[in-house]
Structures are given as C-alpha cells and as structure tokens.
Design a protein around this ligand. Structure first.
Ligand SMILES: Cc1cc2nc3c(=O)[nH]c(=O)nc-3n(C[C@H](O)[C@H](O)[C@H](O)COP(=O)(O)OP(=O)(O)OC[C@H]3O[C@@H](n4cnc5c(N)ncnc54)[C@H](O)[C@@H]3O)c2cc1C
Ligand SMILES: NC(=O)c1ccc[n+]([C@@H]2O[C@H](COP(=O)([O-])OP(=O)(O)OC[C@H]3O[C@@H](n4cnc5c(N)ncnc54)[C@H](O)[C@@H]3O)[C@@H](O)[C@H]2O)c1
Length: 479
C-alpha cells in the first residue's frame, strides 16, 4: 500500500501569495509541499499581469507611431493621413511568451532552491488534514498536512450568449485565449467593461482592430467615481472604440465569410454589431473552489464560492487558511502578496492571539493599464462619505492639462482627484487618470502610509517638470 506523505504545510495553488509563502516556510525548515495543477506562478505571471502588460506595451508603440506627426516625426512606412503600419501578432505573442517563460522559470527555480516539494496535479480535500492529488498521468497521490493554505485563485467566468454554438470556438475568447491569437481580429466585440474589457479593448483598437465594448453598467469600471469613468469613456471613444453602456448582448447570428452579427439591447433600442470576427468575454471571474471538495474539510464558502475567512485569513477550519483572489475581491497580485506577508508570521506561531498583521484597514492601490493609466488608492468619494457620514470631506479635481509635463509630452488627457478630511488634512483617497498615473498614485500612497496631511505635499519641493510637481497644485481646488 502506498504511504501517505506527511507535511508541516501544504500550499494548494502557486499563486502570488502561495509561491513566496512556500519558499518562506521551507526556508524556516518546515516540510512544505506546493501543489499546482497548471503553471508555477499562477495567473499573474502566466495569464494575467505579466503577459497583458507586455502586450499593452506593443499597443503603446502603435499609438505613438500613429501619433508621430503630432510631434513632427514621420516614418517612411506611414502612408497618407491614416498613418498605416503593419502589426505582427506573431511577434507580439512571441515577446509575451518569452517574458512569461522567463518569469515562470524564475519562480520554479526559486521554489526548488528553497527546498519546496513541488507536486504537479489537481488537489481535492479528503478531510481537514488530508488531500488527494490527481497527477497528470491520471494516478492519485494522498498527502497529509498540519496546515493548509488555499491559493487557488479564479478563472474567467464562462461565456453565456444565445447562439454561441453557431460560431467557431476559436472566435470565442477569454482573457487567456485572446493572448494567443496569431492574427489581429478584424472586429472584436468585448462583452464587459471592467479591467479586462478596457485594457484589451484599447490594446486591440490600437493594434488596428475595430473594437466594440458592450457593458451592462451605466459606466465603465463600475468602482470608479462617475467623472473619472466618464473621462475613460471619452478617451476610449476618441480612440474610435464603439462603446454601449447599459447594454446587453442578446443573441448571435452567424453570417457568411466567417463573420457574424450580434444583437445588442440598449436603453435607446436594439443595435446590431455586424461583421464581427471575435468575441471577448470579460464578464468577471469565478473562484476555483468548485472542484476542491472544501465541504469534506468543513471549509465554508459564500454564495459565489469564495472562501469565507476573517481578517487574519483563517477559514472556518483552524488548520486551513486562504489567500489571494479565492477569498473574494479585491483581486490583485499585490493583495495576494500582502496576504503572504500576513500569513508568514502567524501560520506557525503558537497562539492564534490575533495580535499580528491583518487585512483590516490596509490600503488598496491598483492601476488599470489603459493609456493613460488609471491609478487609485484608498477610498473613492462615495465610499468615504458613506464610511464617515459626520466627517467634513473635501475633494479636489484637476485636469491633467494643467500639468506642465503632460503638455510638454502632448499627453494632456485625464484628471486627478483627491478626497481629504478637512479637519486634519488626511488624504482618504486619490485617483490619477494620466500618463504614469500609477506612479503618481504611488507617491500619494506613500504620503497616506506616512499619514501626511495634504499640505505637506502642497508645500513639498518636487523636481520640475516631473508629473509629481502637480501635487503642489492639486490642493488649491479643494472644495
Ligand atoms: C488578464 C488579467 C490581467 C490582470 N492584470 C493585473 C494587473 O495588472 N495587476 C494586478 O495586480 N492584478 C492583475 N490581475 C489579477 C491578478 O492576476 C490576480 O489577482 C493574481 O494573480 C492573484 O492571484 P492568486 O494569488 O489568488 O492566485 P492565482 O495567481 O490565480 O493562482 C492560483 C493557482 O492555483 C492553481 N490551482 C487552482 N486550483 C487548483 C487545485 N485544485 N490544485 C492545484 N492547483 C490549483 C491554478 O492553476 C493557479 O496557478 C489580472 C488578472 C487577469 C485575468
Ligand atoms: N490592471 C489590473 O489590476 C487588472 C487587470 C485585469 C484584471 N484585473 C483583476 O481581474 C478581475 C476580473 O476582471 P474583469 O474585467 O473580468 O471583471 P470585472 O468584474 O472587473 O468587470 C466585469 C464587468 O463586466 C460587466 N458584465 C458582466 N456580465 C456582463 C454581460 N453579460 N454583459 C455586459 N457586461 C457584463 C460587469 O458588470 C462588470 O462591470 C478584476 O476585478 C481585477 O481584480 C486587474
């Protein structure tokens, strides 16, 4: 009879928290196993941040070539007023594959060097202390552990649309398969106007596809303040994307020559998108908990399948923890990594005294990699007013066209917005929709971490003409 391997800690899923945690535990002489059913490094480096931001860099180059004449630069292959150029999807894809493979092999080597037992296969719970792993050859392996950390992440929500079966499967894309296209879609319809929808929508429009976004919400990027989302909409429409808000794709009809039409119900009536070649479903993500057999271990999930856990990342079972996207939003790489920092100290501490770090009140920054970028940290205006109904809250907004560097580089699109407590000057939230908006946001985040009142930034000496200099001026618009 095969023996069951016994571990101090078993990490399920090689996500952005589990991978460094496995290394840290092995480094602390804990016998550690990491089980991964697909790629080491998880979504971020294989199908998420790394590949998308690599591809988006190609979109930016296309955009700048197209804009060359605005700066007095003409390249020989620009023909006529449309500034045509050719795009090699093969090269874009290869560059993306190369970067992904170098990041992935770096992660693998790091785990091996740390002495982590890496097991390729799909884990399912048998009970609160044991797992079954289905190995790639179909055989099974049982493992026992003192502690388990679930870091299985999410996957794209499955596509749903009447008539989908009438078109080729290769025409129905998600955030992973779209990255493997060898040819540019002629007409890409994106269903969903969240992070994935706007990033890919703008990218493919810049590369030369006709792009239509169908979004059910009243604004793109539903979390953002209205005026910021409206500015994103204007920017994308300026780049010739067709965008339907409060709209629903209702059905598909195949048509000759490999194209199809899509019926779209909007508030103003029905629209038809014609000559569509590809559909990207960007309608959110679902947690990978459905095949984990969590019930056998006694781990509770919410109605959407996210693992319920407290601010210390403890689940309903004392020996089982969860980190990253699988515990619900916010779903970002840096949040999963911060979950790792929370767990690494507490996982093997003697008490569950709850005196260490927790997710409570942590600042959540993020950057939507449209161009210009949308960087945000802390609370949005509505959230701040709801959370602190008695606080005197002021907001300041300033267009990027007031920023010298934005004008000098001819990239004046976008705006900044800050939300502050009028009494003590604390910055509650900050958004920058602008070139390098993510970097500018990070400067304000540092001020928030240090609990600096806004007037410290107002009076700081920033080098001229950096984008950061705008942080001297923003605050004059507080009201
Ligand atoms: C297109 C796209 C772009 C993104 N861009 C950004 C960005 O720019 N910035 C940002 O911060 N975030 C971005 N994200 C989000 C980011 O990728 C995730 O928040 C991040 O990967 C954190 O994931 P995680 O640690 O929860 O686990 P994941 O990285 O999702 O890893 C989970 C791992 O578990 C494995 N697994 C699942 N079930 C099992 C099982 N039963 N047994 C064994 N293994 C299993 C999976 O194969 C996977 O490798 C993006 C996401 C997408 C889809
Ligand atoms: N730059 C980044 O940090 C980055 C980039 C990409 C993804 N992500 C992460 O991945 C997550 C998933 O991204 P996403 O864009 O898939 O999800 P999302 O939840 O951010 O956006 C999906 C949007 O699609 C809309 N939608 C859903 N069903 C629809 C339908 N049938 N028709 C029209 N619209 C519909 C929803 O209302 C929602 O606003 C994000 O929430 C984020 O956490 C982050």
């Amino acid at each position: 009879m095969a023996t069951t391997a016994q571990y101090d800690a078993i990490i399920i899923g090689s996500g952005q928290g589990g991978t460094p945690l496995a290394k840290a535990l092995a480094g602390a002489n804990k016998k550690t196993a990491l089980i991964e059913k697909e790629h080491i490094g998880g979504c971020c480096i294989n199908e998420g941040c790394t590949p998308t931001k690599t591809m988006i860099a190609s979109g930016r180059v296309a955009h700048l070539i197209r804009r060359g004449p605005d700066y007095g630069i003409h390249v020989p292959y620009q023909i006529g007023p449309k500034n045509e150029f050719t795009v090699s999807m093969n090269k874009i894809r290869q560059r993306k594959r190369d970067i992904v493979s170098s990041f992935r092999s770096g992660s693998e080597k790091g785990l091996e060097a740390a002495g982590v037992d890496i097991l390729r296969g799909e884990a399912t719970f048998i009970d609160a202390h044991s797992l079954n792993v289905i190995l790639p050859d179909g055989s099974h392996k049982a493992l026992r552990g003192d502690k388990f950390v679930v870091n299985v992440g999410c996957r794209p929500a499955p596509p749903r649309l009447d008539g989908l079966e009438s078109i080729g499967k290769d025409r129905v894309l998600d955030s992973t398969s779209i990255q493997e296209l060898g040819e540019l879609p002629e007409h890409l319809v994106v269903i969903g106007g969240g992070y994935v929808g706007v990033e890919f929508g703008q990218l493919f429009a810049r590369l030369g596809s006709k792009v239509t976004i169908v979004h059910r919400g009243a604004q793109l990027l539903s979390r953002e303040d209205k005026e910021v989302a409206a500015e994103v909409l204007d920017i994308l429409r300026d780049e010739k994307l067709t965008i339907y808000l409060e709209a629903r794709a209702t059905s598909l009809a195949s048509a000759p020559a490999e194209t199809f039409s899509l019926s779209i119900a909007t508030k103003g009536g029905n629209e038809i998108a014609t000559n569509v070649t590809h559909l990207l479903f960007a309608t959110g993500r679902v947690p990978n908990t459905d095949r984990l057999n969590l019930g056998a271990a006694g781990v509770e999930v919410d109605v959407k399948g996210y693992i319920k856990c407290n601010e210390f990342l403890e689940t309903s079972v004392p020996s089982i923890y969860a980190l990253g996207d699988v515990k619900g939003p916010p779903a970002f790489t840096h949040i999963s990594y911060d979950d790792f920092r929370i767990l690494k100290g507490s996982l093997f501490s003697d008490s569950r005294a709850h005196s260490g770090p927790s997710v409570k009140d942590r600042l959540v920054p993020y950057v939507v990699y449209t161009d210009p970028q949308l960087g945000h940290v802390g609370l949005h205006e509505g959230e701040a007013r709801e959370r602190y109904p008695r606080m005197k809250i002021l907001t300041a907004t300033m267009p990027m066209s007031y920023v010298a560097r934005a004008l000098e580089t001819d990239e004046p699109r976008g705006m900044m917005k800050a939300v502050v407590n009028a009494d003590d000057g604390q910055i509650l939230g900050f958004t920058c929709l602008g070139t390098e908006g993510g970097e500018l946001m990070s400067i304000v985040e540092v001020a928030m971490i240090a609990k600096l009142p806004y007037w410290k930034l107002q009076d700081a000496v920033f080098a001229h003409p950096a984008f950061a200099e705008s942080l001297n001026n923003l605050w004059q618009f507080l009201k």
